[in-house]
Ligand binder design. Structure first.
Ligand SMILES: CC(C)(COP(=O)(O)OP(=O)(O)OC[C@H]1O[C@@H](n2cnc3c(N)ncnc32)[C@H](O)[C@@H]1OP(=O)(O)O)[C@@H](O)C(=O)NCCC(=O)NCCS
Length: 191
């Protein structure tokens, strides 16, 4: 498999980033982990400013500090995925969303890339002192919750969410230190 790395979004990636979003629209796909880029397609520079603010936010009930990364394939520099990592949780995120939202562009799915995406994100969590990650997924999105289970994610709850997702949702916790230790041999060759 290809090697992948996280890149902090900058102005040089404007066209690539917009193409990433456009592809989702063409395929009629959900967009997750983009840090809201899909709402800023007319204002990429404004989105970069928003990311700076997101990172520096002091946690409150509305907003928490977060980082957004492009997942880039080393071989050709293509943005294959994105991820949004919340560095703190408020009540709302505890209920829905958790620490991490992720996505892989439609033409690059099913290649194991999202597992690398989450592996790299767990490293970011560890660097930021987060030792237990809370995540959720729609039950009918196995590609999402199987990614969590690939890192020892434990399903702690399944329920019908009538407030945000309006479907069956599953909540997971991942022990960050164990996940990284147990899966280093498998994933380090690709990062
Ligand atoms: C969810 C998503 C990120 C998965 O990305 P991906 O790169 O295709 O996932 P991977 O190839 O790394 O596979 C992860 C796991 O899901 C499984 N999987 C992948 N596609 C699947 C599918 N269509 N159906 C069932 N399982 C699937 C893989 O087999 C793997 O599990 P395994 O380790 O048990 O084999 C991608 O489908 C996506 O971007 N979807 C739209 C956005 C979204 O739903 N994000 C999640 C909500 S935050």
């Amino acid at each position: 498999m290809d090697r992948l790395f996280f890149e902090i979004p900058d102005i040089k990636r404007k066209n690539d980033a917009l193409d990433y979003i456009k592809e989702h629209i063409q395929y009629g796909s959900d967009i997750n982990g983009s840090g809201g880029l899909d709402r800023y397609t007319d204002d990429y520079e404004g989105w970069l400013d928003k990311l700076e603010k997101d990172y520096k936010t002091v946690p409150n009930e509305e907003r928490v500090p977060a980082r957004t990364f492009f997942l880039v394939r080393e071989g050709d520099g293509r943005i294959v995925g994105m991820i949004n990592i919340r560095l703190a949780l408020n009540e709302r995120l505890r209920k829905f969303g958790g620490h991490i939202g992720f996505g892989i562009r439609p033409t690059e799915r099913g290649k194991g890339y999202n597992k690398i995406n989450l592996y790299l994100a767990l490293k970011v969590c560890r660097e930021n002192g987060i030792h237990e990650v809370l995540m959720d997924a729609d039950l009918d999105n196995p590609a999402s919750w199987k990614t969590m289970e690939a890192f020892g994610g434990v399903r702690i709850r399944q329920y019908y969410d009538d407030e945000f997702a309006h479907c069956e949702v599953v909540d997971y916790t991942i022990d960050v230190d164990s996940a990284l230790a147990d899966h280093a041999a498998e994933y380090e060759p690709y990062v």
